[in-house]
Design a protein around this ligand. Sequence first.
Ligand SMILES: *[C@@H]1O[C@H](CO)[C@@H](O)[C@H](O)[C@H]1NC(C)=O
Ligand SMILES: *[C@@H]1O[C@H](CO)[C@@H](O)[C@H](O)[C@H]1NC(C)=O
Ligand SMILES: *[C@@H]1O[C@H](CO)[C@@H](O)[C@H](O)[C@H]1NC(C)=O
Ligand SMILES: *[C@@H]1O[C@H](CO)[C@@H](O)[C@H](O)[C@H]1NC(C)=O
Length: 374
Amino acid sequence: HITGTKPRTSWPRKALLILGFLFALAAIALVAMAVSQNKPLPKNIKYGIVLDAGSSHTNLYVYEWPAEKENDTGVVHQVEVCKVEGLGISGYSHDTEKAGLSLQHCMKRAQEVVPEQHHRETPVYLGATAGMRLLSLQNRSIADRVLSAVEKTLRSSPFNFQGARVISGQEEGAYGWITINYLLGNFKQPGWLNFLPHLRSSRGTSGALDLGGASTQITFVPDQEPIESQENSLHFRLYGKNYNVYTHSFLCYGKDQALRLKLASDLQSTQNGSLLDPCFHPGYLRIMNISDLYTNPCIANGEQQLPFTQLHLQGNGDYQRCRMTIQKIFNTSSCPYSSCSFNGIFLPPLQGEFGVSLDARRRALTQSRHRGSA
Ligand SMILES: *[C@@H]1O[C@H](CO)[C@@H](O)[C@H](O)[C@H]1NC(C)=O
Ligand SMILES: *[C@@H]1O[C@H](CO)[C@@H](O)[C@H](O)[C@H]1NC(C)=O
Ligand SMILES: *[C@@H]1O[C@H](CO)[C@@H](O)[C@H](O)[C@H]1NC(C)=O
Ligand SMILES: *[C@@H]1O[C@H](CO)[C@@H](O)[C@H](O)[C@H]1NC(C)=O
């Protein structure tokens, strides 16, 4: 839903806390598990499986929790992470069956981790994020085929298949925020405080910044009310407390896609396709096909007029100039609200501390080869 391109880059500086890897869909697990918890089970432990299908890679998580909720609160533990080899599922647009096959190894691993007598009632979900959002924009039928291939693999496992779908940017922002605050223990209340609602609200939450490969989310509880744009406003009731949350997902501003935006912008000022790029270190050399750069909806004004077909990129490591070239991809020239981040997107004043998750693999431009030397 990003329109225009505007840049007041008040990119949050308050990132005080680095959580490293965010188990981005832990919150899906929480919610999903809460739902499936009503079914009776012989044993006291339940399991759930979540596949987090990002733009550059997929992770499978296995969770377990006690069958009886404590005080209406499911307490979930992660017992296994399996990193799927190869590309993110959106990377299999040329061979969609492989998107499903790629998951088989981790599904086998899940069968080892979850005791066999629990297989049939253990739910399995797959949530795909911005890589698949972009692929859907680019070619809906291919995106659907990728999801079908994935579904086929999940259905053929002994687990209870619950769905495979592309989650919205709002959902992704919401899950990131819930995950961070869950991990920080910000939702836990001593039981007796539940009778004193005014005291409960004194405990703050942390904002969430989530840098992915194809999109970036910012989510926090603002001081300023109301939230000026409806699509940036979320309402939750969690553990008996209400939260009004601001969120935005910047499609195309994950690490990999933002680099594409930057290169496309830099290309406008080269004559022959040679680019001395201050954002890569000296000695870095990469040749890219221009057509690879323009194969997705993030870069709207196509390659048509460029008189060359390849980009020769050479690093020259200059932080200040790198910063300048990157700022060009943030358009801050207009803001229809009282304040904006960039591209005309509403942003209320930042509030509180932020937890940051960097989920993007250190890999850019997934399909291009590069030759580099450190
Ligand atoms: C920035 O946004 C404005 C308004 O949407 C637009 O007219 C302008 O062309 C944009 N500038 C750039 C550099 O994209
Ligand atoms: C989507 O991909 C299919 C298969 O490659 C192709 O036949 C179709 O024309 C594409 N649709 C669009 C809108 O590009
Ligand atoms: C549940 O509530 C009771 C009192 O209401 C409290 O003693 C107990 O510690 C709570 N359990 C958890 C896990 O918060
Ligand atoms: C560029 O495209 C050509 C022909 O389509 C292909 O052979 C070559 O491997 C590509 N180069 C890169 C760096 O992707």
